[in-house]
Design a protein around this ligand. Structure first.
Ligand code: ZN
Length: 664
């Protein structure tokens, strides 16, 4: 029965620019108890209500641009919708929806409209005056004057988050985390002062939930995102929905978690956020779980301000057996890892790992979404209370299903032998690698006494990802996994080894524009590992990049030696982290992780282009509806998988827009 629905289910929804929109299934939802479904329903509504916050965080013009484009899109005459300028506007709007703004969701560069300013101006002037999102007292002409450079001039607000060495990161970033006129130095001084007066053992995440602004008189202060603060209208709507969820909480602990989150949304007090995070990480028994708030700080060049995100999920009990088995043996894995004993944890704790089914994605998890999550982020909470690590299996499943038969493997994999290996084990070993990375890798190892946790500076995140990846790669080939029943046989790991090297040496380059280097931490990590083992195994020909009919392929000759190389590199990366050896860390990343081989890059781009595939993917959510009887009582919650990407985005803009066009 499972197989039959899989075949019928339409995973691919839309395709434009460099993006493909997929749909995920929510298996098992129908058979959940009504009470859990209602809990999920209200948490899901809360997950959608913060959508505008993220748009505004990403750039202060995003809401205004989205709204004017939507107004044009909805009212444009039917007979002219084939006009190339309009088609280009449609694509641009789809991209704005996807990126939650005018900058690429991954590369962070502003993307350029394919239509002309003249077309945009004429179309805007056609709108009813109430449809144009002008500032109070602003004329439509003045509005266009203000907005056109933002949309069309590539030199205006070119980068959402800028981390170019030698530039002021705050002034050169287009995001809305810092008000106008602030310099990086002012921001750093402001937070250094706050930090100086903090409780050292339990430091608060200063800056996490606010915009920092400079007043006309030069005073610098935070505008906190909370009820009665900045973004109040959206946060009030979220709170209202969270309150509706409380009666359906599974237990007292979960009820308190929701209440603490509400209290924090009302007060903006970061102590309360820590309190919430501790309760959240300690709750490992509730079957339904959720994230809703200001969590990840990737979008702030200084790593302080968090974007708003939300997910709602419930446990996948069958698959969780797998991660439970892994975390039950966490100490064994720690003890047997190939790193120096001084860098090993004597006692591994707090590894709670589960596999989940996601039912709703919102904010910074939508439409582009992570496949694994490991929270909370505060180091001291992780140290004292552990962390929760999850793999989102219905998302990885959708990726896997959508990728079948798209020609990618045929183009890039060396021979049928590797293809069959991947076909047979690839999905399993991929998931297992994610599990090992998330629930063991990040939690493994320890710093030597006196090592500053920030010693590796801007190389820290790449090296941390490399450490977690290497831990997973090393153990994938361990007989222990077969012994535990996690892998069917001794061949399976080869599927992941092959995929990992092919990706790290070649195919991930499809995400990099011609002439550019690798910037993103996970991508640097993967190339670092792949190139390092390639170079260090050269004498023995462990891994080869071989030519066939003018095309390059990865060929692995010695899988077992490859594992030894992973072990060596893991030991070195752990040493760098444990000792805080910045110089060695920098050398490793700069030598192997950053620079791209221009010839190989060119070739990979051309081959990929010929497949006409999208390098980035995202998801539409199911529609979730309350079903009521004649007396108005809720008798069921049903999911509907028929909505198109455009319809979903327009519906969200209609039903979940709570903020003003500009939020000061
Ligand atoms: Zn990671």
């Amino acid at each position: 029965m499972q197989e039959a629905t899989k075949e019928k289910f339409d995973y691919i929804v839309d395709r434009f620019a460099d993006l493909e929109i997929l749909r995920y299934q929510v298996p098992g939802f129908e058979s959940l108890p009504l009470r859990q479904k209602q809990l999920i329903y209200h948490l899901s509504e809360a997950a959608l209500k913060g959508r505008d916050i993220l748009f505004d965080q990403n750039c202060r013009y995003n809401l205004c641009i989205r709204r004017v484009l939507e107004a044009i899109y909805k009212s444009y005459p039917a007979e002219q919708r084939q006009d190339p300028e309009f088609v280009a506007l449609e694509t641009y709007l789809k991209r704005v929806w996807f990126a939650n703004g005018i900058h690429h969701h991954y590369a962070e560069d502003k993307f350029t409209p394919g239509f002309s300013p003249e077309f945009f101006k004429a179309a805007t002037r056609q709108l009813a005056s109430t449809e144009v999102p002008v500032r109070p007292g602003q004329s439509v002409d003045d509005f266009l004057e203000e907005i056109c450079p933002v949309m069309f001039d590539p030199t205006v607000l070119p980068k959402r988050t800028s981390r170019v060495e030698g530039q002021d990161w705050i002034q050169s970033s287009a995001n809305n985390y810092y008000g106008e006129g602030l310099t990086q130095e002012e921001v750093e001084t402001f937070y250094a002062r706050m930090k100086a007066n903090d409780d050292e053992a339990h430091p608060r995440s200063f800056g996490l939930n606010s915009r920092l602004v400079k007043e006309k008189d030069g005073t610098i202060r935070e505008k906190v995102w909370k009820v009665d603060g900045l973004y109040s209208q959206a946060i009030e709507a979220i709170v209202e929905e969270l309150e509706k969820a409380i009666p359906f909480a599974e237990n007292e602990a979960q009820k308190t978690i929701i209440q603490t989150l509400i209290a924090y949304y009302r007060s903006g007090d970061l102590k309360q956020f820590d309190d919430y995070s501790i309760r959240w990480v300690e709750d490992t028994t509730s079957e339904v779980d959720f994230i809703n708030g200001f969590i990840e700080t990737y979008g702030d060049p200084l790593g302080r301000k968090a974007s708003w995100e939300a997910t709602v999920n419930y446990i996948n009990k069958v698959a969780t057996q797998r991660t439970k088995l892994i975390s039950d043996h966490a100490q064994w894995f720690e003890d047997h890892s190939p790193v120096d004993d001084r860098f090993k944890k004597k006692q591994v704790k707090g590894v709670s790992a589960k596999v989940i089914t996601v039912a709703m994605l919102g904010g910074d998890c939508y439409p582009s979404t992570p496949i694994g999550i490991n929270l909370p982020n505060a180091d001291w909470i992780r140290r004292d209370f552990g962390s929760k690590s999850v793999t989102i299996e219905n998302i990885t499943e959708a990726y896997d299903q959508a990728a079948r038969g798209n020609g990618f493997r045929k183009e890039f994999v060396w021979s049928d032998e590797e293809c069959q290996l991947i076909e047979r084990y690839g999905y399993l070993t991929d998931n297992l690698h994610t599990d090992l990375h998330e629930c063991l890798g990040h939690g493994s190892g320890q710093l030597l006494p006196g090592t500053d946790p920030d010693a590796l500076k801007s190389y820290g995140s790449t090296l941390e990802e490399a450490r977690a990846d290497l831990f997973g790669l090393y153990y994938l080939a361990d007989p222990k996994l077969v012994e535990l029943g996690l892998l069917p046989d001794k061949e399976a790991y080869k599927a992941e080894y092959y995929k990992y090297l092919m990706n790290g040496l070649m195919t991930q380059l499809v995400r990099i524009e011609k002439g550019k280097d690798i910037e993103e931490a996970h991508m640097r990590d993967r190339q670092l590992i792949a190139r390092w083992v390639y170079e260090h195994g050269k004498a023995e020909q462990v891994v080869e990049i071989r030519q066939k009919e003018g095309k390059s392929y990865v060929v692995i000759h010695h899988y077992e030696r490859l594992r030894d190389l992973f072990a060596q590199l893991l030991a070195e990366v752990q040493r760098i982290k444990s000792e805080g050896d910045l110089e060695a860390g920098q050398r490793l990343v700069e030598t192997y992780g950053v620079k791209v081989d221009p010839l190989l890059h060119k070739e990979v781009l051309a081959r990929y282009e010929s497949l006409r595939l999208a390098p980035y993917k995202g998801f539409v959510n199911p529609i979730m509806r309350e079903i009521r009887n004649e007396r108005g009582e809720v008798i069921d919650i049903r999911l509907d998988y028929t909505e198109s990407y455009v319809d979903q985005m327009l519906r969200y803009s209609r039903d979940y827009s709570f903020l003003n066009i500009y939020n000061d």
